[in-house]
Design a protein. Structure first.
Length: 135
C-alpha cells in the first residue's frame, strides 16, 4: 500500500542524497574547494523542498521547523546532520569559521530535535568517513 511506496521513495531519496553528498564532501576534502560544499547545501535543501539559498541561511531552529514541515524529517535527519557536520569540518579546515560554525549549529539542532547521535555515521557514509574524516 501507500506506506510501502512512501518507504521506498524515502529510501531512494536517502540513497541519492548519500551518493551526492559523499561525492561532494570527498571532492571538497581532496581539492580544498569550498564550491563542492555548495552541493551539500543543495542536497540538504532539496531533501526538505527549499531553495539552497533559503535552506542555508536558516537559523538552526528554523531549519528544524522546515524539516518537520517536509514530512520526511524523521527518516532523513541523521543523514542531514551528518552531512552538515562534515561540511562544517571541511569549512573549518578551509579557514571559513563562519560557515563552519553555522553548519555545526544546524547539524546540532537537527540531531537534537530528531534524537540522532551527531557522532554516529550512517552506513551509507562509512567509506567516506574512513577515507576523509577518521584520520
Amino acid at each position: 500500500g501507500f506506506y510501502m511506496l512512501q518507504r521506498d521513495y524515502i529510501l531512494e531519496i536517502i540513497a541519492d542524497f548519500s551518493r551526492a553528498v559523499t561525492q561532494a564532501l570527498k571532492e571538497a576534502y581532496d581539492t580544498k574547494d569550498p564550491k563542492s560544499l555548495e552541493i551539500v547545501k543543495q542536497q540538504v535543501a532539496e531533501l526538505i523542498d527549499l531553495s539552497p539559498e533559503t535552506a542555508c541561511a536558516l537559523a538552526p531552529d528554523s531549519l528544524v521547523t522546515m524539516m518537520l514541515l517536509s514530512g520526511v524529517a524523521d527518516s532523513v535527519a541523521e543523514y542531514v546532520s551528518y552531512a552538515l557536520e562534515r561540511a562544517s569540518r571541511i569549512y573549518d579546515q578551509l579557514g571559513d569559521t563562519d560557515a563552519s560554525g553555522l553548519r555545526h549549529l544546524q547539524a546540532q539542532a537537527v540531531a537534537e530535535s530528531f534524537n540522532c547521535d551527531l557522532s554516529a555515521v550512517p552506513k551509507e557514509f562509512t567509506e567516506l568517513e574512513a577515507e576523509c574524516f577518521e584520520k
